[in-house]
Design a protein around this ligand. Structure first.
Ligand code: NAD
Length: 488
């Protein structure tokens, strides 16, 4: 069955190209999917434009749109096993993590299903009896939704659900490396009753299948999650037609551990912060800042536990984390470690490709700790997006804040301390979108998710997540019009 979904029909690419997908855990063949080129994407944009301009979706009552999203949530739950398996085969991540993700994804659809009717506008009190005045929310139009490979369906859900809830039409372009759950989602949207042309899917490489989405005049909004360089290019391309642009970009997230932190909690969470999904998490706590007095004991314990983390494929129940997404990505991570060492970092564990049964055919890289780092090293400044923890020392609150904020990124980070007032003071001074105190990684859809500085523009989740996909319109109605006579 063909894999591109355009104007309510499944079809192959116009030039009949395909792409083979292989599992990063062992190189096994997962499948072959159709690979769109620019012309396919332009057709998908035209379908989304027609569906927006001619309806009925944008004017469907919000309650009906919400009901549809709730149906999609149910369908996701029914298909959880198949979806989780497909996600794990494409990404190489542990099956239990994919299962957890599918629950999150169903919750996301449920959340925006309810949000669809939560705010319908408001009456503005003008004080003039002959006027009624309302603010109403309307869909933005045709949305280009471009997503990465690390949490393929979760990132997709964060865009598709609010875009549909607000009444938009869209063209989705997932990462070319991880297409399968996006295909599955489109089948569920079709089954739930999304009208033809409202939801369109193109698969393929960014510069070909993705590029027209950023500069085509019929696209009104670009919502992108991915790397900083791509985000900058998309923002520039979108400027020509002044599209609305929402960017969720990278992070180099500080994890600040004060000497008075609860030792066990801080060690445990510092490990999860950086090694979950082998560090391929935008909010990974890859930059550990430890207070002087605690440094040696803390880092020794991190190294001891990191060295024992078991690597393995999605279905290896004893594995604690999986492979990197591709050979090219592993080479990038290796290059960051090599540069860090050349710049003076001290390798405390990891740093070499693991070998052995089950590992030789995958893109594995071990949990790696680089100690004695400083803020000018590229491995500290740039996002390696791998299982690489850099450690810097600090002395006191002011230095912790200064080091943590000395970055172009501002996505997430944490403070560990038993002194609540101090933790709150530091949290207030961090220039980042999400600060955890004595915790790492949790999020709730009710709270916004987004980055300060070059980690992004716009917010993805929560009430304002829906706001991204809406235009706000003020309607002023003079109920008793009469000539003003200003000009005779
Ligand atoms: P990427 O920028 O390489 O690719 C992301 C998407 O953009 C893919 O679908 C890709 O095909 C597409 N793309 C690439 N070039 C394009 C172009 N010229 N025009 C249109 N589309 C194009 O990122 P990646 O390697 O897939 O993902 C990893 C990055 O994503 C990391 O930097 C990570 O921090 C970031 N990320 C951020 C968040 C967040 O919430 N802030 C969440 C997840 C991932």
């Amino acid at each position: 069955m063909p894999d591109l979904y355009i104007d309510g029909s499944w079809r192959g690419a116009l030039d009949e190209r395909t792409r083979e997908i292989r599992c990063p855990a062992d190189g096994s063949r997962v499948g072959v999917v159709d690979e769109a080129g620019g012309k396919d994407t332009v057709e998908a944009i035209a379908a989304a434009r027609r569906a927006f301009d001619e309806g009925p979706w944008p004017t469907t009552p919000a309650a009906d749109r919400g009901d549809l999203l709730l149906r999609v949530a149910d369908l996701l739950v029914w298909d959880k096993d198949a979806l989780a398996r497909a996600e794990s085969l494409d990404t190489g991540k542990r099956l239990v993590e994919s299962e957890y993700d599918i629950d999150d994804i169903a919750n996301c659809f449920r959340y925006f299903g309810r949000q669809a009717t939560a705010e319908t506008g408001r009456v503005v009190e003008t004080g003039t009896p002959s006027v009624d005045s309302r603010v109403v929310y309307e869909p933005v139009g045709v949305c280009a939704l471009i997503t990465p490979w690390n949490y393929p369906l979760l990132q997709t859900a964060w865009k598709v659900a609010p875009a549909l809830a607000a009444g938009n039409t869209f063209v989705l372009k997932p990462s070319e490396l991880t297409p399968h759950t996006a295909i599955h989602l489109m089948r569920l949207l079709e089954e739930a009753g999304v009208p033809p042309g409202v939801a369109n899917l193109v698969l393929g490489a960014g510069p070909e299948a993705g590029a027209p989405l950023a500069d085509h005049p019929d696209v009104d909004l670009v919502s992108f999650t991915g790397g900083l360089a791509t985000g900058r290019a998309l923002m520039a391309a979108a400027a020509g037609t002044v599209k609305k642009v929402a960017l969720e970009l990278g992070g180099k997230n500080p994890n600040i551990v004060f000497a008075d932190a609860d030792f066990e909690t801080a060690v445990d969470m510092a490990l999860t912060a950086v090694f979950l999904h082998s560090g391929q998490v935008c909010s990974a706590g890859a930059r550990l800042l430890v207070e002087d007095g605690l440094h040696d004991r803390f880092v020794d314990e991190i190294v001891r536990r990191a060295s024992r983390i078991r690597l393995g494929g999605p279905f290896d129940e004893r594995a604690q984390t999986g492979p990197l997404i591709s050979a090219a990505h592993r080479e990038k991570v290796e290059a960051y470690v090599a540069r860090g060492l050349a710049e003076g970092a001290v390798l405390r564990c990891g740093g070499e490709r693991p070998t052995g049964p089950g590992l030789d055919d995958g893109f594995y890289y071990p949990p790696t700790v680089l100690d004695e780092c400083s803020g000018d090293m590229s491995v500290v400044r740039e996002e390696s997006f791998g299982p690489v923890l850099t450690v810097e020392r600090f002395s006191g609150e002011a230095e912790a804040v200064r080091l943590a904020n000395d970055t172009i990124y501002g996505l997430a980070g944490a403070v560990f301390s038993t002194d609540e007032a101090k933790a709150q003071r530091v949290a207030a001074r961090l220039r980042i979108g999400t600060v955890w105190i004595n915790d790492f990684h949790p999020y709730v859809p009710q709270a916004e998710w987004g980055g300060f500085k070059q980690s992004g523009s716009g917010r993805e989740l929560g009430p304002s997540g829906l706001a991204e996909y809406r235009e706000t319109k003020h309607i002023w109605r003079n109920t008793d019009p009469s000539p003003q006579g200003w000009f005779g």
